[in-house]
Every structure is written in C-alpha cells, then in structure tokens.
Unconditional design. Structure first.
Length: 326
C-alpha cells in the first residue's frame, strides 16, 4: 500500500507540473506522457492498442480515455497532442503531410484537431523532389524535433538516424529537416526470419552474438557490391555448411542488413556534405547499440545516442502551435 500511495503522490506532482499531455501513437502501440516544461516525461503510460489494431474512429477516443482520461479530467487546461500513425489515413484523423524542408512552425501549422476536440494531431512529413520516389514519415518528425530541442548542437547541421522497423535517415540544416530516406531494415529482417527459407535454420534464445553480427556488418561493408539479394542467402549457407552455428545466424543476418543500410546511408550523408556534421541515433538503447557497433566497423564514425525524444518534440510542436506555454 505504501508503494501504491507513493506512486499516486508522484503522479499528482507530475500532473501539477505538466505543460502538455503528449501521445506517441504508432501502428502497434501507444505511449502517453505528462510532459514537463523541460520536454521530459514526468509520467508515462503505455498500451498495445496501436492505430492498426483499432476499428472505427470512435475506438481512438475510447483508447485515449482509457489511457489518459483521468489526466484530462484532472487538468482540463492541458492540451492533448498526438503524433504518429494516429494521423494517417487509417488513424483517428487523416492529417495531410507537411512538405520538406520543414521546421517546427511549418509542422505546427498543419496540426489538426479531432472532430470532438479531444486531441490535436501532428502532421507527418513528406519528401518529394519530383525525381526520386516520394518518402514519408509519421511520428519520426516529432522525435527529430525532440532531438534538436534536447541537443541544440544538432540544429545547425546534422544527420539524425532513427533505427526501427522502417529506419529513417534525416538531413538537418538550420533547424529544418531538409530531406530524409527510409530503409525497411527492421521489417525486412522480420519477414526474412519468420517467412523465408533463411529462418528455418535459425535458433533463438542464445543471447546476442556480437561476433556474428560484426561478420554480417563486414560482409556488407567489404563485399556489399555483390548485392544484398545475393548476400542474404549466406544466412542459410553459413548454417548448412557449419561455418556458423544456428544460434548465430539471426545476428549475422541482422548485421548484414544493418550493414547495407549504413553503407547506403553514410554515402548519402557524405553526398550532402554532412560527413563531418554530428550523427545522432534516436531509438531504443538495444537497437541503438547495434547501430553504434556497426558504425565502428565503418571507421568508428562518431555518434551520440538519444532514447525517447518524442515528449520533447511534442512540447516543441505544442509551443509552436500555441497549445502550451513557452
């Protein structure tokens, strides 16, 4: 009972200090935050009821009520600002993309409010130069703005990498996202492991095999010109021939795919003249650690890692949109 009382007291303090109720609402999950004036989360709640799991617009209001309804009633003066797939065609509200180059005011200008006023929703970001196929993001733009707010040295010129199911590489100059590129590294890994011949020999549960992961990185770095489609098959043949144990094959494949992402991403970064600019990783500690290991194999590229920048980004956008005090 004492621990529960302490938790309730902590949440009351968080409510008293909060400037915003922020929501990072992706396809498969939702995280809600009480955001302080410094852009850090004072309290956090989570649910697996992401946008892709819901049917009907009314379901979004129900989930928000379940997760943060008591916060909203306790502090009716606080605005609710949500980013991510909640603003997609299959989300609560289809919010049009802002167009690169874009900064916080440009994104804030596109914020839309739900029909009954429960929440404001951040637009995603579109890059389309009319030559290459267009690229889009929803949610990552808010994390990028959060990284810029938390680490001002990134605002002048930087490359921000957001590892994940669909990894994003963003070029930043003068506080604007100039352009970005998506790599389906995480999804490709999951599909290959679960639904292809490569996964049949793989065993799990043995812990992270850093040596096998590095072998995959080096295969992409040294022989990437052979093509990822060819090199992926080694995640089977190395097991068939006994060159790698079954428990190491998944980490070899992970290293190979991340290695190809870095091979392309670092070249793209260099072509933009950002090879001497800071490189920041934004994401879970475990995943960022893999990217840090991979960057070392590519010449020890210096980087900094940030964990959860969504609350800071949501506060930045809320202030730019006049939804939270400066």
């Amino acid at each position: 009972m004492e621990n529960r009382a302490d938790g309730q007291a902590d949440e009351r303090r968080a409510l008293a200090l909060a400037s915003l109720i922020g929501v990072d609402w992706g396809s498969t999950g939702l995280r809600a935050f009480l955001v302080g004036t410094d852009g850090l989360a004072l309290a956090e709640r989570a649910t697996s009821r992401g946008a892709s799991t819901l049917s009907g617009k009314e379901a979004f209001a129900e989930v928000l009520e379940q997760v943060a309804g008591d916060w909203m009633r306790a502090r009716p003066d606080l605005k609710v600002l949500a980013c991510g797939m909640v603003g997609s065609l299959h989300g609560w509200l289809d919010v049009p993309y802002a167009v690169c180059p874009a900064n916080a005011p440009a994104l804030a200008a596109g914020v839309a409010v739900t029909p009954n006023g429960e929440a404001h929703i951040v637009p995603g970001l579109l890059y389309d130069d009319g030559e290459l196929p267009p690229d889009v993001m929803r949610g990552e733009e808010t994390q990028i703005l959060g990284a810029l707010a938390l680490r001002p040295e990134l605002q002048g010129a930087s490359c921000i990498v957001l590892p994940g199911t669909h990894s994003k590489w963003a070029q930043v100059r003068d506080g604007e996202v100039q352009r970005f590129a998506t790599h389906m590294t995480g999804e490709l890994y999951a599909v290959l492991r679960q639904h292809s011949v490569l996964g049949r020999l793989m065993e799990s549960g043995g812990g992270f095999d850093e040596a096998a992961f590095n072998d995959g990185i080096d295969a992409a770095r040294v022989n990437g010109h052979l093509g990822v489609g060819h090199q992926m098959f080694a995640a089977r043949t190395l097991g068939v021939t006994g060159r790698l144990p079954a428990a190491a094959l998944a980490d070899y494949l992970s290293g190979l795919l991340i290695g190809h992402e870095l091979r392309a991403g670092l070249a793209w970064r260099g072509e933009a003249g950002l090879d001497q600019a800071p490189l920041a990783l934004v994401g879970s500690r475990e995943l960022c650690r893999r990217y840090e290991l991979a960057l070392r194999r590519y010449g020890d590229v210096p980087s900094l890692a940030l964990d959860n920048t969504a609350p800071a980004g949501l506060l930045t956008l809320a202030r730019a949109a006049g939804l939270a005090p400066n």
